[in-house]
Design a protein around this ligand. Sequence first.
Ligand code: HEM
Length: 182
Amino acid sequence: MYGVINKSLRDMVVEQFGDGKWQEVLLRSGVPDDSFLAMQSYDDDITYSLAQACADEMDIDLSDALRAFGVHWVENTVARQYESLLQAAGSDMLSFLRNLNNLHDRISSTFLNYRPPNFRVHEGNENNVEILYLSERIGLTPFVEGLLQGLAQRFNQSMEILEIEPQAVNAGEKTLFKVRMG
Ligand code: HEM
């Protein structure tokens, strides 16, 4: 994945636990320390190793580390570096999620050959909403959970995740989030 993702993970650890802790995470991960140039694409294994090392170092599950990272990505990284893109993509959570594929498309000339996720939103009745997440990658569903929580906070939207259902797929990952919006 692009270095902007690895860098964001590093920033989260430094901001929350300090530089010393980050050095321990990096050492534990075995990842080279030149894996953090925002606009360079790196092997996905680098990102996965960093996330796993974070979890091990903090003695938490990988899914908890990925969830925290999702919140951090929305609240800190993109809010600081890409606020204008975010604002252009919608002023409430559902419009934003409907525009997210466009947002990722629009930046594909900056992040060449990247492989962003795909989202589909289906509004049911009584504030029930289904959000389908499709990825070429495996294992990032908890990251998306954190992203959704971060977005709900950003838009001051109360949101409860009712169910997270993995869907059958030949490659990558497909997950249906059933949520209720307040
Ligand atoms: C302007 C803000 C954003 C930028 C610049 C951005 C950029 C990126 C980049 C560079 C990647 C790595 C893909 C790769 O290297 O192949 C990525 C992945 C991803 N993005 Fe975004 N993104 C933004 C906002 C969001 C938001 C708000 C969400 C919330 C749902 C999101 C969901 C994801 C997910 C889930 C992935 C992981 C890839 C996967 O699932 O396979 N992004 N994005």
